[in-house]
Ligand binder design. Sequence first.
Ligand code: FE2
Length: 364
Amino acid sequence: MKTILLLLSSLFAVSAAGQAPPEKIVGGPFVVNVTGRNATIVWLVQSGEASVQPASGGAARVSPSVRVEKTTLTGLTPNTRYDYNVAAGDQAGKGSFKTPPGAGGYDFVVYGDNRTRHDVHRRVIATLLRHGIPDFVVQTGDLVSDGFDSSLWPLFFDIERDLLRQTAFFPALGNHERNTLLFREYFRKEKPYYSFDWGNAHFAVINSDIANVSAQESERDAFWAEQTRWLEEDLRAHQKADFRFVAAHHPPMTAVARRQGDNPHMTALMPMFEKYRVSAGLFGHDHNYQHYLKNGITYIVTGGGGAPLYDVDKPAEGITKRVMSVENFVSVHVEGKTAHVQTVSIDGTVIDDFEIHAPAPLPE
Ligand SMILES: [Fe+2]
């Protein structure tokens, strides 16, 4: 043990900053797990930092120590906007959110793959804010380029600050999160998959990143079997909702030629989407925009939140409605039995515009 410590100290000089900096909010506030009655407000506080550099010389890097603060509210009223402040007297702690309506219209936004090009991510969020603040956001994964890196989350939350402090946030786990427990800690999830209701819609958010579940194939298979069982039961139990949406990071199909066939586990779920009348699948991972209609199910890939763009060079014949290699987000307005979908590119241009209609209710 002593040898290892000596070796480490010869490789790196690690020093805590001499004078502890004052605590500051470096994430959020944002609101998760919002229902008509409950919500959890989360904010991340930087309480210290480490400056690290090779002992042999070279540039120092600073890595923050971040603490999660959260408070859970119960007894809320549906369809109500709440203002909050997590740091009395400090503008940085202010935010608001709205609880879902029992009936009536609402807006949500879907986007993903914000990692890597922070300036582009910032422009996507600026365009989104100009478009209008949604009631909630579904993020399709790859929030940061390495979920284990403590320095990347504050950067993500800094860019997203003015959006997340005004809405509710429902993220999916991407492969770049690397199955870090920070994801569940920050977003208050007991499992990497979950579902929620908003008005007349039901959303199931699953973890498609089986590669990072375990190094053991048997554990990966067991996880996928468990989650698939859960998803089927979840969809079966919500057949009375007007809309059912499934969100995940990896798409079941893609127009990116070099990535076709990469996600057979997701492709294998498509019959289940049809059986349980899923309105739309919402995905990311491929850094572009893709829209398909296959056997009555809408499939959307929106991975244009900042990561380097991919070509859409081989769209499938017969089912492709629109593909475009551009940064984007998807804005959905639900009113009664109609979901009006508009996809907006980074410069504010509407690049796709269509409706999804709720299926006829099942006979009692
Ligand atoms: Fe990805």
